[in-house]
Design a protein. Sequence first.
Length: 262
Amino acid sequence: MSKRKKKKNHDEGHVDESWLLPYSDLLTLLLALFIVLFASSSIDAVKFQAISKAFSSALTGGTGMMEFPSPLPEGQLQADEETENTEAEDPNGLKIDKKLLQKVDQKELEAIQVKVNKYIEENQLTGKLQTLLTGEGLMVSIRDNVLFAPGSADVRPEDLKIANEIAELLVMDPPRNIIISGHTDNVPIGNAPFDSNWELSVMRAINFMKIILKNNALDPRMFSAKGFGEFQPVASNDTAEGKAKNRRVEILILPRTEAKPE
């Protein structure tokens, strides 16, 4: 009887401990999890969500066990994302508010518009030169009869003075990117050397840009030229007045996105 009892006590003293192995693995994973959560307390919510998804995929096959709610109050996550999108770093490592830069840039473009409008009024060019400030930048539109003879892409000698004065208005420090584009009406062109209005519009933009860039204060690297032919009208081509508005050269002064090229 005593032998049986001793044997029973011996068996009870060696309980199966195989459960300790998965238990210790679970504790290790939990420890790693809390370390990550502690570290996440000082990072943004976007990174936290990425870490959560990674753990969820690794531990549960993507069933969502780790899909915790954001540690930030509702609405703050979006606000933080917008803050990231509106911040940039300058070469010195300083944080720059993009929205603030846009406001400052808008004010600068408005000041340029005032200067151009003053030139237009003083030279009695109202109706021939117009300015328009949009999200794309400051647009200065010049009627073709201010610069060119009909069907010609060469700036008339008597209009070189206006072209040179416009060049002076484009001198800025630091400089801005500027696009010069040519436009025509829809009347087919029949004289050489141009086979189409598209070719005429391109050459008008290029030749006008050449005159502009004779001003040594302007950086040629900031300029480009385009030609759109009759394909971007601003008025109906059904009337003579509409055709006259469509025949134009446009100067688009872009918002400042880069510093002056080295």
